[in-house]
Design a protein around this ligand. Structure first.
Ligand code: ATP
Ligand code: LTN
Length: 333
């Protein structure tokens, strides 16, 4: 194993990747991938906490992997794998469930959010979701977890669980830090800019998918909700639509908010929305083309999953063995 610091992160195959998944998470995965020893997962076990169509779940991970690679994650340098291919995730999750408090899980915003939206399927997996996420992270002794702002609370809980466990058994787990972008950590729905853009709740016209066609992307930006002023100015509370578009434009172009305000000074929202749409097309078009090519070679993708699971299992099992020993489980002979 290398002595580089370790990164781990994951995305659920609960739908097609969005501009939010890219700007909030994958962009940083790529940025950090040379410097760190990286594990990037497709968390299918987390995805089934909401009902998934099996025939779709059989395809989405391949699409997601093709997009990870097209974004710039080299499968030779990064360990790319499917969560359910590494049984240690489920095994450690069970143990950690026993070191995670009901009260802690009850306070998780994602649980409150998702259970509120889906009252007919408030299953136990949705409730204990953060214990599985903690297992994902702690198995690899990750230093850093690059995620969007919505996941900060889960990383904090992971640290609390690790501290509790280490307090009883000694230094078993490394304490991970979240790594959240300064701009783009919470991309909002284009039609409802006070809601997070989300792949499992596709609001009509509010969500940009990474594989959307250029003409569709431009059309959706043209229709994006703004406000009754005509001034491009950053003000999240009073101008959530414009502020969201400014965030998107800022991460796509590297320009700061003041520079953007100047660029569109005296111009209408129409011009601004057009430019944001074009900037997003410039960003996503090459990714879409590359992902489409990669997706045609299923055997290549399957092989990446196979190698990824092997590498990941090796590291994960080391931590799991240590945990089993510490809690007093008898070693299988
Ligand atoms: P779902 O709707 O299925 O719950 P999601 O669209 O919220 O999913 P996740 O799989 O939960 O996406 O998240 C993948 C990663 O992308 C996480 O690190 C998350 O914080 C980040 N992310 C997701 N949506 C956004 C967004 N709108 N803005 C910034 N980051 C985001
Ligand atoms: N809960 C995360 C996905 C996720 C994850 C992880 C992120 C599952 N396991 C481990 C970082 C590290 C989400 O984005 N909803």
């Amino acid at each position: 194993m290398s002595d580089k610091k370790v990164i781990l992160s994951g995305i659920q195959p609960s739908g097609a990747l969005t501009l939010g998944s890219y700007l909030g998470a994958i962009k940083n995965w790529v940025k950090l991938s040379d410097e760190y020893d990286c594990y990037y997962m497709i968390v299918d076990m987390h995805a089934i906490t909401s009902r998934q169509e099996a025939s779709v779940l059989r395809k989405t991970p391949f699409e997601q992997l093709a997009q990870y690679i097209a974004c710039g994650l080299d499968p030779e340098k990064n360990t790319l794998f499917i969560q359910s291919h590494v049984p240690a995730h489920a095994q450690l999750a069970w143990v950690l469930n026993c070191y995670t408090m009901f009260g802690e899980l009850s306070r998780m915003t994602q649980f409150k959010d998702k259970s509120g939206k889906n009252v007919n399927n408030i299953n136990a997996g949705l409730f204990t979701y953060p214990a599985l996420q903690a297992a994902d992270i702690l198995l690899y002794q990750a230093d850093l977890v690059p995620v969007g702002a919505d996941q900060k609370q889960h990383i904090e809980l992971t640290r609390d669980i690790a501290v509790r466990f280490n307090g009883i058994y000694g230094d078993v787990f490394k304490l991970p830090e979240p790594y959240i972008p300064t701009v783009g950590a919470r991309i909002m729905d284009l039609q409802a800019p006070t809601n997070k853009m989300s792949k499992s709740e596709i609001n009509d016209g509010g969500c940009i998918l990474m594989m959307d066609k250029p003409e569709d992307i431009k059309r959706l930006f043209k229709r994006a909700v703004t406000d009754s002023e005509t001034c491009v100015r950053y003000d999240v509370d009073n101008k959530p639509g414009i502020s969201n578009l400014m965030q998107i434009y800022s991460v796509c172009t590297g320009k700061g908010f003041e520079e953007i305000e100047k660029e569109f000074d005296g111009k209408g929202y129409g011009d601004f929305k057009l430019r944001v749409g074009e900037a997003v097309v410039e960003l996503l078009q090459p990714i879409r083309e590359e992902a489409t090519k990669l997706l045609a070679d299923k055997a290549y993708l399957e092989n990446i999953f196979k190698n990824g699971a092997e590498k990941a299992s090796y590291v994960a099992n080391k931590t799991l063995r240590k945990v089993y020993k510490k809690v007093g489980f008898i070693e299988k002979t």
